[in-house]
Design a protein around this ligand. Structure first.
Ligand code: NAD
Ligand code: TYD
Length: 362
């Protein structure tokens, strides 16, 4: 199927220095040399320009340091550059941080999203009195966590009602609602996708998989919340980036797509698999790493199970995941073991000193 939106050449990607954003930026910069890709990122603790070393000198890549919460800055930026499309990934993304600092999640995930919607609406001149503008797109990247928690059965479809439980998922749910409201109220050309848990290179080691890779490497305890029985549906990050590319170019305005790997694992199964892979890779005795597993106090409001039905994306737009979990996890471990410097920089905070001085706030 040919892309329906090939005319969008000036694309703003928010949160492009983060985990998923950096894979999306790399894909777009390399695959679409005719497009100008603007990476707009505040460089919070989660933003790391080292993730983009391989594309930073490409002529179609541009970096803008800024905060999506700053409405004046965002509007001025849109007026100056006249972006034709936005792929919005900037967010506070860690559930545990949302439990300790919920307001930061409201600011970035809700207010920041509304600021971007307002700026897009202003420069594209969107209103219910006018037809939806052609050649424009606001793509909001969201999470399956907005759907809440499943029991032993069931699966999230695009029709599942929202039922968020953590401040993180509540803030993402609110942002999704605003995006749909701007589509319905102002004819803003919007698309949303809701994806399951990602894993892969450049994942910040506060999340389960990279944290445990780091801890296994350093023979530190592996903290498993509760009994480790919570289930997540894991997707390799490059498969998500490919899905974003396809949805960005082919989805109809106003549509929603679920993205997921049909790949459910309990947390304890994931960590046992990781331990076995790393016993082998690090030349340790079989079972040695499993001894590091430590059960700790459960997360408050911990969602039991996520499972996503991505049939619509597979059938309508022809996407499917490319990697089996074992294969993806092995690739991920190889990446972390080969990129000791990256891991050292993020765990020591050095990455922020290296890069932030190169860019001034506009
Ligand atoms: P991340 O935390 O790794 O990166 C977030 C990026 O946003 C960072 O580069 C950070 O500097 C930037 N940022 C944060 N606040 C900002 C602000 N106020 N202004 C500008 N930039 C700001 O997140 P991620 O895991 O890559 O997730 C990206 C998006 O995908 C998020 O919207 C998240 O909700 C969604 N998502 C993530 C997952 C997952 O498993 N990680 C799954 C589904 C959806
Ligand atoms: P996480 O990677 O934080 O993603 P999310 O909460 O968005 O799903 O956590 C994945 C699962 O792992 C989740 O059920 C919580 C659990 N977990 C632990 O057991 N220990 C940890 O140290 C972390 C960070 C997460």
């Amino acid at each position: 199927m040919e892309p329906i939106n090939t005319e969008m050449k000036k694309i703003l990607i928010t949160g492009g220095a983060g985990f998923i954003g950096s894979h999306v930026v790399r894909l777009f910069v390399n695959k679409y040399p005719e497009c100008e890709i603007y990476n707009f990122d505040k460089l919070t603790y989660a933003g790391n320009l080292e993730n983009l070393k391989d594309v930073e000198s490409k002529p179609n890549y541009h970096f803008i340091k800024g905060d999506i919460v700053d409405a004046d800055f965002v509007l001025a930026l849109f007026k100056e550059h006249q972006f034709e499309a936005v792929i919005h990934l900037a967010a506070e993304s860690h559930v545990d941080r949302s439990i300790s600092h919920p307001l930061e999640f409201v600011m970035t995930n809700v207010i920041g999203t509304v600021n971007l919607l307002n700026a897009a609406r202003a420069i594209w001149n969107c209103s219910k009195d006018r037809p939806v503008p052609t050649g424009k797109r606001f793509y909001h990247v969201s999470t399956d966590e907005v759907y809440g928690s499943l029991g032993a059965d069931g699966i999230f479809t695009e029709q599942t009602s929202y039922d968020p439980h953590s401040p993180y998922s509540a803030s993402k749910a609110a942002s999704d609602h605003f995006v749909r409201a701007y589509h319905d109220t102002y004819n803003l050309p919007c698309v949303i996708s809701n994806c399951s848990n990602n894993y892969g290179p450049n994942h910040f080691p506060e999340k389960l998989i990279p944290l445990c890779i780091y801890n296994i490497k350093n023979r530190k305890p592996l903290p498993i919340y509760g009994k480790g029985e919570n289930v997540r549906d894991w997707l390799y990050v490059e498969d998500h980036a490919r899905a974003i590319d396809i949805i960005f170019h082919k989805a109809a305005n106003g549509s929603t797509y679920n993205v997921g790997g049909h790949n459910e694992w309990t947390n304890i199964e994931v960590i046992r698999l990781l331990c076995r892979i790393m016993d082998r890779k690090l030349g340790r005795l079989e079972g040695e790493n499993e001894k590091l597993i430590t059960f700790v106090k459960d997360r408050a409001g911990h969602d039991l199970r996520y499972a996503i039905d991505s049939t619509k994306l597979q059938q309508d737009l022809g996407w499917k995941p490319s990697l089996q979990f074992e294969e993806g996890l092995e690739k991920t471990v190889d990446w972390y073991l080969a990129n000791e410097e990256w891991l050292h920089h993020v765990t020591s905070g050095q990455y922020q000193q290296y890069y932030t001085n190169q860019y001034v706030n506009r």
